[in-house]
Design a protein around this ligand. Structure first.
Ligand SMILES: *[C@@H]1O[C@H](CO)[C@@H](O)[C@H](O)[C@H]1NC(C)=O
Ligand SMILES: *[C@@H]1O[C@H](CO)[C@@H](O)[C@H](O)[C@H]1NC(C)=O
Ligand SMILES: *[C@@H]1O[C@H](CO)[C@@H](O)[C@H](O)[C@H]1NC(C)=O
Ligand SMILES: *[C@@H]1O[C@H](CO)[C@@H](O)[C@H](O)[C@H]1NC(C)=O
Ligand SMILES: *[C@@H]1O[C@H](CO)[C@@H](O)[C@H](O)[C@H]1NC(C)=O
Ligand SMILES: *[C@@H]1O[C@H](CO)[C@@H](O)[C@H](O)[C@H]1NC(C)=O
Ligand SMILES: *[C@@H]1O[C@H](CO)[C@@H](O)[C@H](O)[C@H]1NC(C)=O
Ligand SMILES: *[C@@H]1O[C@H](CO)[C@@H](O)[C@H](O)[C@H]1NC(C)=O
Ligand SMILES: *[C@@H]1O[C@H](CO)[C@@H](O)[C@H](O)[C@H]1NC(C)=O
Ligand SMILES: *[C@@H]1O[C@H](CO)[C@@H](O)[C@H](O)[C@H]1NC(C)=O
Length: 387
């Protein structure tokens, strides 16, 4: 086993850490109607359920206004929007209403999303499989007849004896049986699992004893997914996603691909330096690490992007730059086509603003979409490098 090169010491925010889908009750900021309320964690449990229910009801936005179909019964007959260009390598996507146990997603809603996203990219990545989201996305691709592939995912947690993992493995197995693998890029097991594990256990080094203890749990899930696929006689890449400086070597050595979150915003990088910084960080940390491992997993950027708004003034700047649509435009203009040209694989973060995140986390967390949560394109010009 080769030793990974020394990685620079980074704080957790350097790589961005906000997709902690399973940790939403532990945050202390809640925002209701513009009021920022600091609430206690205990209260947050009760309140969180109420907020999530509200979230799922708002997810049933009318699709007709954002995408028109010439045949109302044929989702493949949708009209193209000339503002959208198929310029992105990939896009990070979570269907609204997919936060278990508060499932409120719908096939109609996902169809609208896929109609829009297929005009921007041929690849989407999911974060988990709860609320039947893998099947919904695959069904939407089938009905819209678009050229799109999906990175499906299982989002396990370390402390539930595998309950979340098992629940998602079952629906993944079901979706694979129903839809086959033609539109599937790979199965990602774990999202920021090591980052969260270290965080919860007061450690920072992913290759410390604590990191390796977390890795052992994660490896059990990864290995189980491999066994499941092999039992089904299915050959698909199995990977892992984590923050860009939090890969554990044992985990990366056990997967076909690694997906790294690389966030200039959380690293307090100015928007003018953001594209170059993102590329260099990824090359220096993640690509280099993968090359040093015997299995040489392929690496992509799992998330990079720029927020456009904040629930509170305190979080609307990262120091040198602000969360605005103008700055998202700058990042789009300097990152997307350049990364395509030099063959960097990335999933732009993210498709739509996520209401549940702004309610659960506050700050900029709910405002990373190319589209608002109502599926209207933000005031941005999509770069055109589709050909
Ligand atoms: C859908 O059609 C209506 C009526 O023709 C039009 O006003 C609207 O702009 C169209 N929407 C889109 C997204 O093309
Ligand atoms: C579909 O997209 C893939 C990239 O994801 C591309 O390689 C392929 O050529 C596309 N197929 C068609 C028919 O456009
Ligand atoms: C999951 O979604 C698919 C596609 O819409 C559907 O056929 C299936 O019945 C759904 N399963 C559940 C458990 O909702
Ligand atoms: C996972 O599989 C790898 C490769 O077969 C093996 O070395 C490792 O011990 C397994 N770990 C767990 C926790 O199952
Ligand atoms: C794989 O198949 C074996 C033999 O049927 C079974 O014991 C095991 O539980 C299966 N594992 C998974 C993860 O599906
Ligand atoms: C970014 O700046 C904030 C204060 O604006 C600070 O709390 C945080 O630690 C900084 N993050 C990094 C990675 O330097
Ligand atoms: C690759 O693209 C990034 C921006 O996406 C850019 O910063 C970097 O300089 C490019 N690298 C090369 C070698 O062209
Ligand atoms: C920006 O955030 C504020 C506070 O959460 C919210 O009231 C406002 O509607 C948001 N604006 C947009 C365009 O999303
Ligand atoms: C908002 O800012 C406060 C104070 O700087 C910080 O503690 C908090 O983590 C930020 N919240 C988010 C969601 O970024
Ligand atoms: C969608 O949301 C944005 C931001 O809040 C708002 O400006 C826009 O008017 C909304 N569009 C529709 C059609 O509701």
């Amino acid at each position: 086993m080769e030793k990974a090169p020394a990685k620079s010491k980074k704080t957790r925010y350097l790589v961005g850490d906000f997709d902690r889908t399973r940790k939403f009750f532990t945050e202390t900021l809640q925002v209701i109607g513009g009021l920022v309320l600091a609430i206690l964690i205990g209260v947050g449990v009760a309140l969180g359920v109420v907020l999530s229910k509200k979230d799922s009801s708002t997810s049933t936005s009318s699709s007709s206004s954002v995408v028109n179909q010439t045949d109302a019964n044929d989702p493949s007959s949708f009209e193209k929007d000339s503002r959208l260009k198929q310029s992105f390598y990939g896009i990070a996507y979570t269907p609204a209403g997919s936060q278990y146990p508060d499932c409120g997603n719908s096939l109609d809603d996902v169809i609208t999303d896929i109609q829009l996203l297929s005009q921007l990219t041929t690849r989407v990545r999911l974060y988990g499989a709860d609320c039947n989201q893998s099947a919904l996305v695959l069904e939407a691709i089938k009905q819209t007849k678009v050229n799109m592939s999906v990175v499906i995912a299982n989002y396990p947690i370390a402390t539930d004896d595998g309950a979340a993992y098992e629940r998602q493995a079952l629906v993944i197995e079901d979706a694979l049986t129903t839809y086959g693998i033609d539109n599937i890029i790979g199965v990602t097991v774990g999202n920021e699992f090591i980052l969260d594990y270290l965080d919860d256990n007061g450690a920072t080094d992913p290759n410390s004893d604590t990191g390796n203890t977390g890795a052992e749990i994660l490896l059990g899930f990864i290995n189980d997914t491999k066994t499941m696929l092999s039992n089904m006689s299915i050959s698909l890449p199995v990977g892992n996603a984590d923050a860009g400086s939090y890969f554990n070597d044992l985990v990366l050595e056990d997967v076909d691909y690694g997906m790294a979150n690389v966030h200039p915003w959380f690293a307090n990088v100015s928007v003018d330096d953001a594209a170059g910084w993102t590329w260099l960080f990824f090359e220096d940390n993640d690509v280099e690490l993968a090359e040093s491992l015997s299995n040489n997993p392929s690496m992509s950027i799992a998330e990079t992007g720029w927020p456009t708004n904040s629930t509170d003034a305190g979080n609307e700047s990262n120091g040198p730059s602000t969360a605005t649509e103008a700055n998202l435009q700058t990042f789009l203009d300097t990152f997307v086509c350049q990364a395509n040209t030099n063959g960097t694989e990335y999933y732009f973060f993210e498709a739509f603003d996520e209401v549940w995140k702004l309610e659960e986390f506050g700050g900029v967390e709910g405002y990373w979409g190319l589209f608002y949560s109502n599926k209207t394109l933000k005031d941005i010009t999509i770069p055109d490098c589709s050909s």
